[in-house]
Design a protein around this ligand. Structure first.
Ligand SMILES: Cc1ncc(COP(=O)(O)O)c(C=O)c1O
Length: 392
């Protein structure tokens, strides 16, 4: 028997998060009190309305059949209604598709449109799925677009060689840098994509995790974006439903239909009851304003962010307070792996920036997915490690 992995699988780098999870498990098994600020999985529960809807929809025996591959019409309508309320953008049901998490959609979109050898522009650093699950596993060639601090962690779209690119991924609010953008940048991205005939995949998974009055725009608010773009949203971070695997993409009809065509041969969409629950969660928006549950969630993250950033600053690290996401991206002024290993020695797990690409070197990512007391405890351990008096 020949059990050799296919070449495209051999080309995959190690999935860093799986490696980190392994180390965390090992440390915990050794009885070490490990504070994990590494993985982006919220510690907060879904809102009560999600839990009660889940109980109700699971109990409905009609909700256990196959879904339509593109998703249930009611769910797609709930997404369209949410777009109207949240972004003031009109979309139709055939411009919406239900996803088994946005990760799945981000991976499958390339399967629908990328031919072997096609170039795919991928931010560096970035969520690894754009480069790996999406591009490499579909025999495309990832072309990194550096995200530099001096450019506000935005790619320099004028400097990038765009001619041969078939697809481009962008993600704001950004993981891992937590950078945000304004509509001017989105306008430039849409113009470039239209001019160079590039499919623009816009990952807006953190659109609702925002602070200090910042509101994340949709790329579909930009004129003519519908010609070239597909935007990905997720209930994972918005409603703390990471394990329920429900997300959606909205955009150009041809792009959505390509994704639906691929998915119809691979999966049969998210469970009907999960789509019904997600519809109810989206319906909790009565206007562009966030529902009370999200305001509270964001307040919790903002408090944790303040504690962490204030501590880091007191240790003389330069660190911005992000306006969105539950990440803090720290320039650690040293090798990101060495810095991570140092923190692990005092039982604090963070993610080395290099796990997100070459330009993540000298950075580490903290996730604000632990209660404030644990973040304070982590900060105290880090202060002690660097010989700083605990001034907080
Ligand atoms: C930028 C970004 N996009 C997409 C995802 C995938 O989320 P999900 O598949 O749970 O919707 C994540 C998860 O961490 C992420 O950070």
């Amino acid at each position: 028997m020949n059990h050799e992995f296919a070449d495209r699988v051999k080309r995959l780098p190690q999935y860093l998060f799986a490696e980190i999870e392994k180390v965390i498990k090992e440390k915990k098994a050794q009885g070490i009190d490990l504070i994990s600020l590494s993985i982006g999985d919220p510690d907060l529960p879904p809102p009560p309305l999600v839990i009660s809807a889940l109980k109700e929809e699971v109990a409905n025996l009609k909700n256990h059949n196959y879904s339509l591959s593109q998703g249930e019409p009611d769910f797609r309508q709930a997404v369209a209604d949410w777009y109207k309320k949240r972004f003031h953008v009109d979309v139709s049901q055939d411009e919406v598709i239900a996803l088994l998490g946005s990760k799945e959609g981000l991976a499958n979109i390339a399967r629908a449109f990328v031919n072997p050898g096609d170039h795919v522009l991928v931010p560096d650093p970035s969520y690894p799925v754009y480069s790996n699950g999406s591009t490499i596993l579909n025999d495309g060639v990832p072309v990194p677009m550096p995200l530099l601090q001096e450019n506000g962690f935005k790619p320099d779209l004028e400097a990038i060689h765009l001619e041969e690119a078939k697809m481009m991924f962008l993600n704001y609010p950004n993981n891992p840098t937590s950078a945000t953008i304004n509509k001017k940048f989105l306008k430039q991205a849409v113009e470039v994509a239209r001019e160079k005939n590039i499919i623009l995949c816009y990952d807006n998974a953190y659109s609702e995790i925002t602070f200090d009055g910042y509101k994340s725009p949709s790329i579909l608010e930009i004129d003519c974006a519908m010609d070239v773009a597909v935007e990905f949203h997720s209930c994972s971070k918005t409603f703390n439903m990471t394990g329920d695997r429900i997300a959606f993409a909205v955009g150009n009809k041809q792009l959505i239909s390509g994704l639906a065509k691929v998915k119809s041969q691979i999966d049969s969409g998210p469970p009907v009851y999960i789509q019904k629950v997600a519809s109810k969660a989206l319906e909790s928006y009565k206007s562009a304003e966030q529902p009370a549950f999200l305001k509270k969630t964001n307040q919790t993250y903002a408090e944790r962010r303040d504690v962490l950033v204030d501590y880091l600053r007191s240790m003389d690290f330069m660190c911005d307070k992000p306006k969105a996401t539950f990440y803090v991206w720290l320039n650690c002024n040293s090798s990101s792996i060495e810095f991570t290993t140092k923190l692990l020695s005092v039982g604090v797990a963070v993610t080395p920036g290099t796990g997100f690409g070459e330009h993540g070197e000298n950075y580490v990512r903290f996730s604000l997915t632990q209660p404030k007391e644990r973040i304070v405890e982590a900060c105290k351990r880090i202060s002690a490690l660097f010989g700083c008096a605990d001034s907080q």
